[in-house]
Each structure stands twice: as structure tokens, then as C-alpha cells.
Design a protein around this ligand. Structure first.
Ligand SMILES: NC(=O)c1ccc[n+]([C@@H]2O[C@H](COP(=O)([O-])OP(=O)(O)OC[C@H]3O[C@@H](n4cnc5c(N)ncnc54)[C@H](OP(=O)(O)O)[C@@H]3O)[C@@H](O)[C@H]2O)c1
Length: 290
């Protein structure tokens, strides 16, 4: 039985769909039973559970040949972020310890090898460490910057003609489509390694800078868009102005600094490097079509 958490989200939905297409038994995990109906109709088992409730998640993960697990993102206005993340992490690890899936594919991130200075990415580091220490079989799927992150900037960029972001304008960074994360997660579940930890570093077809991103936005929309680097302090203040908690905005600022300084970067060191095939142009065109 393959268990998929986060199935209503970007990556979990694709992982579950790919596993169902491979005709293997699938159990999807939802918090709201109604959201499981479409998966049930496609032949999946549905478990109702939350990472906030380790007993329910232990039941959902029990007996798994393989499990796809992610740390759900915090609320945009989450205060006390470090404590909130630490508490959720402990509950997630409790469920994994108790259920002990034969193989866990954990959605991690580029830069998760570092304990600090990476913003929200630093919350994934202790989970990697705990999984490694458990001796259980695990795959760390370290994904690049999601192409879908641009969804929050696209409309404003087309309207104003400027794509404002905290990245150095010509710095090329790996970016990946969430569809490619979901299919890679399913593949990792279906093709497990023998034992211990495997690290997969997953990027897209090519590295892209803020300038490249603005140019692709221009191409798909037919409107001029130029890249504008926002200094970190102003970037943080803008996020707060958009309702982000002080903590979360600060972490995003830290992440921008970490990316610009090459700290948030592939570790290498024996990791398997994989490239997804979905281009940013495809992702942006799909966003515009909605
Ligand atoms: N953005 C990036 O650039 C980036 C890069 C690398 C890694 N990541 C990682 O990717 C993760 C997000 O993955 P995604 O985009 O696939 O997710 P997503 O689309 O944001 O969806 C989150 C999923 O988690 C579920 N969820 C929320 N709270 C839950 C809880 N308490 N218990 C169980 N399930 C819960 C949601 O279900 P409901 O329908 O119940 O809400 C939803 O299915 C981030 O947390 C981060 O760790 C992000």
C-alpha cells in the first residue's frame, strides 16, 4: 500500500495520480473526508488524518510499503513560527516513528542540508536528521524553488510591467514544476533503494534567473515585464504589508539572502541529481489560462 499525504496540494495530487495510473494500491490522506471523494472514485482508499494529531496520522500511515510525506506550509499570518514548526515537526515524527513505513519519501528542499540561515527551509533540516538517525529507509526529495511560487507575482508583474522580487536579477537558480515533483516522488516510491537514506536533488530543465523569469512572463503574456531586485529589507516589509506575519516575512527575507549568497544550493555529495521536463513557460501559460 502506498500512502500519499498532502493529496489536495500541488505535489501530493500528482504523486497519487501517478501511482493510481501505475495500478498500485493507494491510500490518500485528507483532513476533510469530502476532499477524499474524488480519490475514492478512482479506486484509492481514503484515510482522514492530520499531522496535528499523531494518532490519526499513525493509523493513516500504518502498513505502508511507501509513504509520501511533506511538512504542511504554515499559515501566511502564523505568529510564533519557530515554536509552531517545532511542535508540528515533533508530531509528524511521532507518527512516522509509530507507523514506521517501509520507505518514506519526504518532500525536502534545496538547502535543507543547512541547519540555519535558509528561512523556511531550515524547518526541513531536523526532519531529515531525524529520519536519517532512525535508520529507516528514506528518500529526501530536495526540490528546487517551485515555479508555482510565481503565481503570487504574475498578475502584479503583468499589470505594472515589473517583476519585483528579492533575488539578484541575473542570478540563475534551479526552479522546478510541482508536477515534476509529484511524478518524481511516485517514481521514488515505486523504485525504492535498498536501505538507509537516498537524496534526490530535483531541478527543472534549466536554471533561470529573475530576468529570465520576467522574459518568460513577457513571452507568454505578450506584455513587457522587467525584473526588479528588491533589497531584502524592503522585500520583508512588502510581505508584511501583504499580511505575512513578521516571523514568516523575516524567514522569506533570510531565504532570499541565502539564495543570493549560494547557501541555498545543491549539496551534491552523492545525491542523485534529477531534472524535471516541465518548463517555466508551460507553468506560466497554465496559470494565465485559469
Ligand atoms: N515553495 C517552494 O519553493 C518549496 C521548495 C521546496 C520544498 N517545499 C516544500 O513543499 C511543501 C508544500 O508542498 P505542496 O506545494 O505540495 O503543498 P501544498 O500545495 O501547499 O498543500 C499542502 C497540503 O498539506 C495538507 N495539509 C495542510 N495541513 C495539514 C495537516 N495539519 N495535516 C495533514 N495535511 C495537511 C493540505 O491539505 P488540506 O486540503 O487539508 O489543507 C494540502 O494537501 C512546503 O511545505 C515545503 O516544505 C516548497
Amino acid at each position: 500500500m502506498y500512502v500519499v499525504t498532502g493529496v489536495t496540494g500541488h505535489t501530493g495530487s500528482v504523486a497519487a495520480e501517478t501511482l493510481l495510473n501505475a495500478k498500485v494500491p493507494v491510500r490518500v490522506v485528507v483532513r476533510d473526508e469530502a476532499k477524499g471523494a474524488q480519490w475514492k472514485a478512482r479506486g484509492a482508499e481514503v484515510a482522514v488524518a492530520s499531522f496535528e494529531d499523531p494518532a490519526s496520522m499513525t493509523r493513516a500511515l500504518a502498513g505502508a510499503t511507501g509513504a509520501y510525506v511533506l511538512l504542511p506550509p504554515p499559515a501566511w499570518n502564523q505568529a510564533g513560527l519557530a515554536q509552531n514548526r517545532a511542535a508540528l515537526t515533533e508530531k509528524l515524527l511521532e507518527a512516522l516513528r509509530n507507523a514506521a513505513p517501509a520507505h518514506t519519501v519526504f518532500l525536502s528542499s534545496v538547502g535543507a542540508q543547512h541547519a540555519d540561515k535558509t528561512g523556511p527551509i531550515k524547518t526541513l533540516h531536523p526532519i531529515e536528521n531525524a529520519l536519517r538517525a532512525s535508520g529507516h529507509r528514506a528518500t529526501f526529495l530536495r526540490a528546487a524553488f517551485f515555479m508555482e511560487n510565481w503565481g503570487g507575482s504574475l498578475a502584479g508583474a503583468l499589470e505594472s510591467g515589473s517583476l519585483y522580487y528579492g533575488l539578484v536579477a541575473n542570478k540563475k537558480i534551479p526552479q522546478v514544476a510541482t508536477r515534476d515533483i509529484g511524478t518524481t516522488a511516485a517514481k521514488a516510491l515505486l523504485e525504492p533503494h535498498a536501505s538507509g537514506v537516498r537524496v534526490i536533488e530535483l531541478g527543472g530543465p534549466e536554471e533561470l534567473s529573475l530576468e529570465d523569469t520576467a522574459a518568460i512572463m513577457s513571452k507568454v503574456s505578450g506584455k513587457p515585464v522587467k525584473a526588479v531586485t528588491v533589497p531584502t529589507e524592503a522585500f520583508v516589509a512588502t510581505l508584511e504589508g501583504m499580511g505575512a506575519s513578521k516571523d514568516l516575512a523575516g524567514w522569506y527575507g533570510e531565504m532570499m539572502t541565502g539564495i543570493n549568497a549560494d547557501l541555498v544550493a545543491w549539496e551534491g555529495k552523492g545525491a542523485q541529481h534529477v531534472r524535471g521536463s516541465t518548463t517555466l513557460e508551460t507553468v506560466l501559460r497554465a496559470m494565465l489560462a485559469k
